[in-house]
Design a protein around this ligand. Structure first.
Ligand SMILES: Cc1cc2nc3c(=O)[nH]c(=O)nc-3n(C[C@H](O)[C@H](O)[C@H](O)COP(=O)(O)OP(=O)(O)OC[C@H]3O[C@@H](n4cnc5c(N)ncnc54)[C@H](O)[C@@H]3O)c2cc1C
Length: 507
């Protein structure tokens, strides 16, 4: 008889796991609290404008293609990827603008305008970052966790000469400053290398792998909106007979064997509406810390919760969606408006836990690549700024409008003259709204922050250490990294682990 898996949460990691297990003949049910799938990837439409909410670019498209190929489909039958070039346009408070072109030689010319060695710095930096890739990417991103340590040691021995690249200097920022003298370029590469939502100046040197991956793989958009990816995964899963329960919030993951000296075992779920389902395994796509605090009532709950809550969390997103009737010619698809004091900004977010006075603002306008996303001659702005994670009893209601105005004023000051008069519609999504919709613990974007090499491997792993047949998948688990792709890679890992476990100890 087919084995049965329940997946809690229809985020990208959850749906990718459902697809993979279904392909192995498992019966799969996905329970999602919202009325539609996608989780942190959502969409919104008003007055002819369409916005993606959350992810705005795909940087490792091979992870998407691999998923469709795994089940014998062509990704191109589901999605049309479109390149974004420049990947990003960076705006500095002193009026400087830099384009991060996808094409390496084009970008090298841009860098050469700022570095006196005529762009050699870029080549040297990429050579250094490629070394990190050879040393760790295979092990960190692609290997099943069971073999990881054996391979880490194997890879390290093979690439011993690259080891100092991740150990000294310890942070990505310090390494970057060895290659580039221009402060603008330093700020740009630190931004690229930061694990999203972590403190830029504490991100370990290993994350310098990201600028390399970006140059290798480019930056991509999906025609019709990135949300098409969520729809495609749902369609692909349904084609494989995966059953979806939408608007079905799980209130508890049920456990058997609550004996003192043995791990309990996950046996199914109960929803708020009273639906009870049994399964051979439960795979949780919900934020790991949220799951431990709310869904798992075991003797380990207190100790697990305490150890997860103690670690630093990635920041929360403050999102504004604007329909804008004027097309500012200086803007590209992705635009980052930098703070003049990024260290003070980082201290505000992660040490003092307060809103930065001069936040870095990311403006994504997908209509620059795909004209279907806004009425003719107009633009759809998806604006993102980072805020500290939510504190208990903190209300965003009082700060919502003033922070929205801080962002608007920054954009006007940095060149978008009269922007306030060009806005025809608006939706603001505060960190509290985000936490309510996705159950992201304290509204944190990606779960635990990555502020040291150890924290990279210390992220929650895909198999629960305390509860048998309970697994975790998604952006709050290992591996931390290039986001959508990391969630898809974590689905690869969890599927392998579930299948291997089922073989070694039959369910
Ligand atoms: C603002 C923002 C910008 C981002 N930008 C990018 C980007 O440009 N590029 C990129 O690659 N990535 C980006 N990401 C990251 C990306 O969105 C995530 O990595 C990706 O969506 C993976 O999600 P996941 O698998 O962890 O699931 P999640 O999206 O976390 O989904 C979890 C699901 O579980 C559901 N759920 C929660 N509790 C319950 C319950 N009790 N019962 C049932 N269901 C429940 C939730 O509703 C949700 O649907 C961004 C994220 C954010 C927040």
């Amino acid at each position: 008889m087919a084995k049965m898996a329940i997946i809690v949460g229809a985020g990208l990691g959850g749906m990718a796991t459902a697809i993979r297990l279904a392909r192995h003949g498992w019966k799969v049910a996905v329970l999602e609290k919202n009325v539609r799938v996608g989780g942190k990837l959502d969409c919104y439409t008003e007055q002819g404008f369409l916005w993606d909410v959350g992810p705005s670019q795909i940087t490792m498209p091979f992870a998407l293609r691999e998923l469709f190929e795994y089940v014998g489909h062509d990704m191109e039958n589901y999605l049309e990827l479109m390149p974004i070039d420049p990947m990003c346009r960076y705006f500095y408070p002193n009026g400087t603008t830099i384009n991060a072109w996808t094409d390496f030689h084009h970008f090298k010319i841009e860098v050469a305008r700022r570095e006196k060695d005529r762009g050699e710095a870029l080549e040297n930096f990429m050579r250094y970052a490629r070394g990190i890739y050879h040393l760790l990417a295979e092990t960190y991103l692609f290997r099943p966790p069971k073999n990881a340590w054996r391979h880490i040691i194997g890879d390290i021995l093979k690439n011993l000469h690259h080891l100092p690249k991740i150990v000294t200097p310890q942070t990505a920022a310090k390494a970057i400053s060895r290659y580039f003298t221009d402060p603008h370029l330093r700020q740009l590469f630190i931004h690229e290398a930061t694990h999203p939502g972590s403190a830029p100046y504490r991100t370990p040197a290993m994350f310098n792998i990201v600028p390399y991956l970006k140059r290798q793989n480019g930056s991509w958009y999906i025609r019709g909106g990135i949300y098409r990816l969520a729809e495609a995964l749902e369609r692909c899963a349904r084609d494989l007979q995966v059953e979806f329960f939408l608007n079905a919030e799980v209130s508890e993951i049920t456990l058997e064997n609550k004996k003192i000296f043995r791990n309990p075992r996950a046996s199914g779920i109960v929803t708020r509406g009273g639906l009870r389902l049994d399964a051979d395994v439960v795979i949780c796509n919900v934020d790991v810390t949220y799951a431990w605090t709310q869904l798992l009532h075991t003797k380990h709950q207190k100790s697990m919760t305490r150890s997860l809550e103690r670690k630093p969390f990635t920041s929360s997103p403050f999102i504004i969606l604007w329909g804008v009737k004027r097309r500012y010619s200086q803007l590209a698809h992705h635009n980052v408006f930098f703070s003049s004091d990024p260290i003070a900004e980082s201290n505000d977010l992660f040490e003092k836990k307060r809103l930065p006075t001069e936040p870095t603002v990311h403006v994504c306008i997908s209509a620059r690549t795909d004209r279907t996303q806004a009425p003719q001659g107009q633009d759809n702005y998806s604006v993102l700024s980072h805020t500290p994670v939510l504190e208990p009893n903190h209300s965003w209601e009082e700060r919502r409008d003033s922070y929205r105005n801080t962002i608007l004023e920054r954009l006007e000051k940095m060149g978008l003259d009269g922007l306030r008069h060009e806005i025809v519609c608006e939706k603001v999504i505060t960190p509290s709204d985000f936490a309510v919709r996705t159950h992201a613990y304290r509204g944190s974007m990606n779960g635990h922050a990555v502020h040291s090499l150890l924290e990279i491997w210390n992220r929650p792993s895909c198999r629960s250490p305390k509860i048998d047949r309970l697994y975790f998948v998604g952006s709050t688990t290992h591996p931390a990294g290039e986001e959508i792709s990391s969630a898809l890679l974590s689905a690869q890992r969890v599927t392998r682990t579930v299948i291997n476990d089922a073989k070694s100890s039959p369910l």
